[in-house]
Design a protein around this ligand. Structure first.
Ligand code: ZN
Length: 199
């Protein structure tokens, strides 16, 4: 039984589709928005409208921005010799938050997954290979998940880049900063051991 009119129910239903929000939190979020009408709901609505009007996918790297080529691609302080390959825009943003790289990026749009029917043609792998052949590019850094699909994708791309005159590197799947060995799973631990570096 609905406790509110259809407009409010619709708002709750839409909010409930957001990741991390179930019906119960969506109801709380909707109520919060309604209570903070001027301070939150109106600015949120206008931010969403701007996003609808202006946000686009960067034609070069696949990042999401209000311009294409995006802010990262057009930043002259970025090192054009390095391209960091990520599966998703969320990974790009995470690396940027961590200030992990000064290079440029390439968003694949996912990882190869035969089980889910995701093949090379579903990802931006061709465009990456093309970018890797540009004379200024020296290193391709594969920043992909340490999952079976992530590593399959990394191997596939590495093979394709044999022809290009670039160094292909990948993230060390090591011990996380602050991580205690005791709490790591075996896969992480053994990878950390194999990829040990000189101290
Ligand atoms: Zn870009």
């Amino acid at each position: 039984m609905a406790v509110a009119g259809p407009e409010i129910e619709r708002l709750i239903q839409l909010l409930a589709r957001l990741p991390g929000l179930g019906p119960r939190s969506a109801r709380r979020a909707a109520l919060h928005l309604i209570k903070k009408r001027e301070a939150l709901m109106v600015p949120l609505a206008s931010a969403l409208q701007v996003a609808i009007d202006r946000i686009q996918v960067c034609k070069t790297c696949g990042n999401i921005d209000t311009q294409s080529p995006c802010t990262v691609c057009t930043d002259p302080r970025r090192d054009p010799a390095m391209i960091v390959v990520v599966a998703d825009v969320a990974d790009l943003w995470a690396l940027e938050r961590a200030k992990a790289s000064n290079g440029r990026y390439h968003v694949l749009g996912g990882t190869l997954s035969p089980l889910d029917g995701v093949g090379p043609q579903d990802l931006t792998i061709d465009a990456l290979v093309q970018r890797a052949h540009a004379p200024e590019v020296q290193e391709i850094i594969l920043a992909l998940n340490a999952t079976v699909d992530g590593q399959t994708t990394a191997h596939y791309i590495t093979d394709l880049l044999q022809e290009a005159n670039v160094k292909v590197t990948r993230l060390a799947h090591g011990v996380p900063v602050g991580g205690e060995l005791d709490y790591l799973d075996e896969g992480t631990l053994s990878a950390a051991m194999r990829q040990r570096t000189l101290f």
